[in-house]
Design a binder for this molecule. Structure first.
Ligand SMILES: [Cu+2]
Length: 118
C-alpha cells in the first residue's frame, strides 16, 4: 500500500472512522426516552445496570431529576415496546406500562414508588 494512503487510513481510524464502520456493520441505532418511576440513585443504578444487558442496547442513562431513562439501541435487535417491558420487569413503570408486581415487590422498600425521594 502507498505510504500516504496508509497514513490517511490510519488517521481516519484514529478520528472515528472505525466507529462509523462498526456502526454501519451493526445496523441503525435509535435513542428513546421513557418515563420511569425511579426514586433514588439506587433505582438509577439498578435500571441502568439491568437495561444495559438488554439486547442491542448501546447506552443507558437515567436522569435523576426527571426519572426519564434514555436508551440507545440497535433497531435491528430491539424496539421501544420491548425495552419498556424490560423496565417493568425490573420493577418500575415505563410510560403507560405499570411495573411488574413481582419485580416491584422485590425492590427495597425505599425504592418502591409512593416513597419520597431520598
Ligand atoms: Cu431507589
Amino acid at each position: 500500500m502507498n505510504k500516504v494512503i496508509r497514513l490517511i487510513f490510519i488517521l481516519l481510524l484514529a478520528f472515528g472512522g472505525k466507529e462509523i464502520l462498526a456502526q454501519e456493520a451493526a445496523g441503525k441505532t435509535e435513542k428513546v426516552e421513557i418515563q420511569t418511576s425511579a426514586i433514588c440513585g439506587m433505582c438509577k443504578d439498578r435500571l441502568e445496570k439491568n437495561m444495559a444487558f438488554e439486547k442491542g442496547v448501546k447506552s443507558v442513562s437515567l436522569d435523576e431529576e426527571t426519572k426519564i431513562i434514555t436508551i440507545e439501541f440497535r433497531t435491528r435487535k430491539n424496539d421501544k415496546e420491548k425495552l419498556k417491558k424490560a423496565i417493568t420487569k425490573v420493577g418500575y413503570d415505563a410510560d403507560d406500562l405499570p411495573a411488574d408486581k413481582k419485580a416491584y415487590d422485590r425492590l427495597p422498600a425505599c425504592c418502591q414508588k409512593g416513597n419520597d425521594p431520598h
